[in-house]
Write a protein that binds this ligand. Structure first.
Ligand code: ZN
Length: 238
């Protein structure tokens, strides 16, 4: 069997250090996976990849805006996978995100492998945020303290994302990194918390991490990272 590859472009650490410029196109990214998460050039909102299509959720005003992203748009950071469900279960009664996470984790074989996560269902409440577009030399953690947040009640949609083992914190964020998009594509973003009414939960296996580096990005090549600060910032911001 072909190994199931999680493809990650750049690292969350580089993003934390302020490397916000996009350097891989959505067109290329989608050849590596049909489901996933990320952000857009100049950290302009949240990237949601679902069923092979890329969407951008950005916050402005009272409501978030969700638009489909064209192939030529670039990303500074993204993680995508051709998701293959290994465990599928129905959640038949209301649960908080913490309760559902516990249930999901009860199906894991140990805690040292990445997992892909897909949850389609009806949510009593969903709270998301969007990183606001930034081109200045602020750090991600500084920008992240002023993020628009939105809450919606009674919404049907899909959560997509990745669960990362503790030992890979820094490469990615340990634990869940999940993004949401409503079925009608009018609401979405980086998942903060939620209450699910009922839905279908899929947990996918990951055999391999395909970590791509921005080898032509001079800013990345010559950046001086403070790895302890980066790890702290990831904890604070994600
Ligand atoms: Zn996110």
């Amino acid at each position: 069997m072909e190994p199931i590859k999680l493809f990650q472009y750049n690292t969350l650490g580089a993003l934390m250090a302020g490397l916000f410029g996009g350097s891989m196109t959505i067109g290329e990214l989608l050849t590596h996976g049909d489901m996933g998460i990320g952000t857009l050039d100049s950290i302009d909102g949240e990237l949601i990849v679902l069923d092979g299509k890329a969407y951008q959720a950005k916050g402005s005003g009272d409501q978030p805006e969700v638009v489909e992203v064209s192939d030529d748009v670039t990303v500074p950071y993204a993680a995508v996978i051709f998701h293959q469900a290994e465990v599928i279960f129905r959640q038949r009664f209301e649960m908080t995100d913490h309760e559902l996470e516990k249930r999901i984790e009860s199906y894991y074989d140990g805690e040292n492998l990445f997992r892909s996560i897909k949850i389609h269902g009806e949510f009593a409440r969903m709270r998301v945020r969007m990183i606001p577009k930034t081109t200045s030399d602020k750090t991600f953690a500084e920008v992240a303290t002023h993020q628009p947040e939105y809450t919606i009640d009674n919404v049907t949609g899909t959560i997509v994302g990745i669960w990362t083992p503790e030992i890979f914190h820094g490469v990615s964020v340990a634990g869940y990194h999940l993004h949401f998009i409503s079925d009608d594509h009018t609401f979405g973003g980086h998942v903060m918390d939620y209450v699910i009414k009922h839905g279908q939960v899929e947990v996918g296996a990951v055999d391999q991490l395909d970590q791509r580096f921005p080898v032509q990005d001079r800013q990345y090549l010559f950046a001086k990272f403070n790895s302890e600060q980066v790890k702290k910032d990831i904890e604070k911001s994600e």
